[in-house]
Design a protein around this ligand. Structure first.
Ligand code: ADP
Length: 180
């Protein structure tokens, strides 16, 4: 099973993706976490990526695709993709990588959250890229580059829209109904 989480920053993708992967014992693959780990370890990739992340810009597609394709090829269990793909080009590249290993996306879970909830969740979190100006840029970037993925995947009949406004437990129950 391969599921993709889609939704604006602050929608709770990370939290729900972790819960879902724990529940089914699937691999949780968060490009944000992978990148933050590279930054923490001051690797070449991390130093480069951080220039984009601290401004709320996307890290270039080539870097992300490189980072993720090795992991995908060597993964046999279920996978929960969290924060990837984030652009149409990433989605096309993901499709090719999966085709090469005779796999495909089973579901794209779109976490739909009201805008007032997004900003209040983000401002409570306190991550480095969660200061107000950077948040604004991340939301703008989401609208421009990531939101188009909803219709991209809708055309393939893969989108499952999930109400992400409730409590953590509520949202998780909605998710399970769709995935099970
Ligand atoms: P959020 O969903 O809250 O914005 P993430 O942890 O998914 O947070 O991502 C944090 C940052 O990492 C993004 O703002 C971006 O700079 C970078 N990033 C993560 N995933 C990708 C990706 N697939 N493509 C490009 N940049 C990414």
């Amino acid at each position: 099973m391969i599921v993709v989480f889609l939704g604006p920053p602050g929608a709770g993708k990370g939290t729900q993706a972790k819960k879902l992967s724990d529940y089914f014992e699937w691999r949780h693959l968060s490009t944000g976490d992978l990148l933050r780990n590279e930054v923490k370890n001051k690797t070449e990739l991390g130093l480069l990526a951080n220039e984009f992340m601290r401004k709320g810009d996307l890290v270039p597609d080539s870097i992300i695709i490189n980072m993720i394709s090795n992991i995908l090829e060597n993964q046999n269990s279920g996978i929960v993709l969290d924060g990837f793909p984030r652009t149409i080009d990433q989605a096309k590249s993901l499709r090719l990588s999966l085709e090469e290993i005779s796999k495909k996306i089973d579901k794209v879970l779109f976490l739909d959250v009201e805008e007032s909830n997004i900003t209040s969740r983000l401002s409570q979190r306190g991550r480095k890229d969660d200061d107000p100006e950077v948040i604004l840029n991340r939301l703008r970037t989401y609208g421009e580059l990531t939101q188009p993925l909803i219709s991209f995947y809708q055309k393939e009949g893969l989108i499952e829209k999930i109400d992400g406004n409730g409590t953590e437990e509520n949202v998780f129950n909605n998710l399970l109904k769709v995935v099970a």
